[in-house]
Structures are given as C-alpha cells and as structure tokens.
Ligand binder design. Sequence first.
Ligand SMILES: NC(=O)c1ccc[n+]([C@@H]2O[C@H](COP(=O)([O-])OP(=O)(O)OC[C@H]3O[C@@H](n4cnc5c(N)ncnc54)[C@H](OP(=O)(O)O)[C@@H]3O)[C@@H](O)[C@H]2O)c1
Length: 232
Amino acid sequence: MAKKAEADAPGIAILGGTGDQGLGLALRFARAGAKVVIGSRKPERALEAAERVGAAVAGAKVEGCGNAEAAQQAGIVILSVPFEHTAETVKAIRTALAPGQIVVSMGVPLATALGDSAVRTVGVWQGSCAELVAELVPDGVEVVSAFQNVSAHRLQALEEPVECDVVVSGAKAARGRVMALCALVPGLRAIDGGPLANARIVEAITALLIGLNIRYKLPAGAGIRFTGLPNP
Ligand SMILES: NC(=O)c1ccc[n+]([C@@H]2O[C@H](COP(=O)([O-])OP(=O)(O)OC[C@H]3O[C@@H](n4cnc5c(N)ncnc54)[C@H](OP(=O)(O)O)[C@@H]3O)[C@@H](O)[C@H]2O)c1
C-alpha cells in the first residue's frame, strides 16, 4: 500500500500537470514561490514538465514524479486530467491520500468524453465532476471545485495577468485554502462559490466559454468576471 500523505504538507501537487492546464498552473504557482510537485502516470514525463517549469521560472521549487507519489507530497492536490479519466486517476491514488488533505477538481464533463462536441457537457450521475470526485476520495479528504473557467493559454502567458474570476466551491475551511491559492496568480480573483454542488454551474460555463472562443475567434481563451461584489 502507498505511503499516506501529510495533510498539512506545504505545496501543491498537480496530477496530470504534464498537460496544458496543469503546466500553466505549475508555472504560475512556481513563479509565486510555492513548492509545486508535478504528477504523471509516467514519472519521466513529470520530470520533463518540471524541467520546463524550472527553465521558465528562475529559482522554481518544482519536482516531478508519479501521480501517487506527488499526491503524498502536498496538502493540496489538483486533479488536472480529462474528465473521462478522472475516476480512474482518483482510484489509482486514493490509498495515498490522507484525512485533512484537499483534492481540487478542475475537470469539466465535456461531451468530447463521448466523441461529441466541446461546446456542451454531458450529465454526470453525481451532478458534476467535482461531486464524482467527492464520492471517490477517502473519508476526511475534502474536495473543492476551482479553476474550470481559466484558460490554459492565459496561464502559460507568464508575463500577462490572467484576468479571470475563479469560483471556488466546497466545504468552508477547505474552500478558503483554495481561494488563497488564487491570490498567488496575478489577475485571478477567487469568488466564494459556496457548496460543492455549485460546481454543476461552474463546469457548464466552461463549455459556454469554449463556444465563445470559437465564435469570437479567441485563441487565448475567454474568461469570466462577476460585477457588484465587494473588493476582497
Ligand atoms: N486546457 C484548458 O484550457 C482547460 C481550461 C479549463 C479547465 N481544464 C480542465 O483541466 C483538466 C486538464 O486539462 P488539459 O487541457 O491539461 O488536459 P490534457 O492535456 O488533455 O491532459 C492532461 C493530462 O492528463 C493525463 N492523462 C491523459 N490521458 C489519461 C488517462 N487515460 N488516464 C489518466 N491520465 C491521463 C496526461 O498526463 P500523463 O500522461 O502525464 O499522465 C495529460 O498530460 C481537464 O479536466 C480540463 O477539463 C482545461
């Protein structure tokens, strides 16, 4: 059985951080000085991604390893795999998770999972990708939904602010810890998204954004901003 994680370990693990979105978050968090552990099914791919982050961010505290090992090394574990591979990824690392850890669900149940279009979603029995993840993690591990509406392209454009609101949903204390991560990235603003079930709304917005990107020809990707909220 895998070694259990330290729930309050500093740093952020990004499983599937070898892909566009995870790498973008890794670059941003590393630039903010956070310790980042990139996970992959193949440790050598994670090491390669960590090297890319190290080359882009002077002094980056970044490592690469297998997904389960990455999950053991951070208090916050971000799932950055396509929706259709979410359940198998969580099942593969669940024995490495420990009570008190936070798993962040960023997945969107795009209809591409069924060979259909990315401008619409498919129904998930539990209500959302985040609620599916919540059903799979061990007791005592909190699931928080965040970052679904942020464009990978904008995350990777390190010299520009990202300019996007991030709706963060889940149990109060855990959601507060993930909201604090947003403050590490210039242009990201955390929005208190209340209970995890609101992930249903947030995940669907990503399909709308993908449609906007197509209709308005936006290769860098559209984002969202809420108005009328008090300043943080
Ligand atoms: N791209 C965006 O602009 C964007 C925006 C908002 C939200 N998101 C969400 O962020 C997540 C990651 O998006 P992405 O664009 O970075 O995805 P991606 O590049 O397609 O995949 C990310 C990683 O998932 C892992 N993966 C691929 N197939 C897998 C499988 N069969 N089983 C387990 N892991 C597998 C791969 O890592 P290894 O091969 O290294 O294991 C891959 O590098 C998705 O849930 C997406 O909905 C993306």
